[in-house]
Design a protein around this ligand. Structure first.
Ligand SMILES: [Zn+2]
Length: 184
């Protein structure tokens, strides 16, 4: 009798243990499944966000940008020379897209072109695209932000050696972030 009871108890115990471990296994798999799904959604969201900026309608930018910035970056207007906030700036730092914040140019690549517009010898890696611009009876290469499609300015072949490029950019298309001085 004692043995039989023990046997029954042992069986109960084993059954309980199996049930426990089974439920733990199910929990783990549900958790893992949930996590995978979440990661997938996050990636999708990231991709969507990037595509979204390039596909946003004009109204999206019109409600978000100051009128002068909107006119230049979304309607390809050009600011008058010697009027923008950065043509004569000589501080060290990073010039970011005024529409989306993507780092576009570095101060070490800025030079005084005498044109009255911020001028750079090259953009940051993978930051800008160029496309043909035949407006105003000229054949020019328009420079746009790779991330959001903002009009930045034009690139010409009369820049300093060795690359010979002059990226002529509107101040309104840029947001300057000064380099942080090292703390002592
Ligand atoms: Zn941008």
């Amino acid at each position: 009798m004692l043995l039989r009871l023990s046997g029954q108890r042992a069986l109960q115990l084993i059954t309980a243990l199996v049930a426990l471990s089974l439920s733990a296994a199910i929990n783990v798999s549900v958790h893992a499944g949930g996590k995978t799904k979440l990661n997938g959604e996050a990636d999708k969201e990231k991709t969507k966000k990037k595509d979204d900026l390039l596909q946003q309608p004009d109204s999206y930018w019109k409600t978000r940008l100051p009128p002068d910035v909107y006119k230049i970056t979304r309607c390809s207007a050009t600011e008058a020379p010697f009027t923008g906030k950065y043509w004569n700036l000589h501080e060290q730092g990073l010039y970011k897209c005024s529409n989306c914040g993507l780092p576009l140019f570095e101060s070490k690549d800025k030079f005084d072109s005498g044109t009255g517009w911020p001028s750079f010898t090259r953009p940051a890696p993978d930051a800008v695209d160029t496309r043909k611009d035949q407006s105003h009876g000229m054949a020019r290469q328009e420079v746009i932000c790779k991330h959001c499609g903002a009009h930045l300015g034009h690139v010409f072949d009369d820049g300093p050696a060795p690359a010979g490029k002059r990226y002529c950019i509107n101040s309104a298309s840029l947001d300057f972030a000064a380099e942080r001085k090292e703390e002592k």
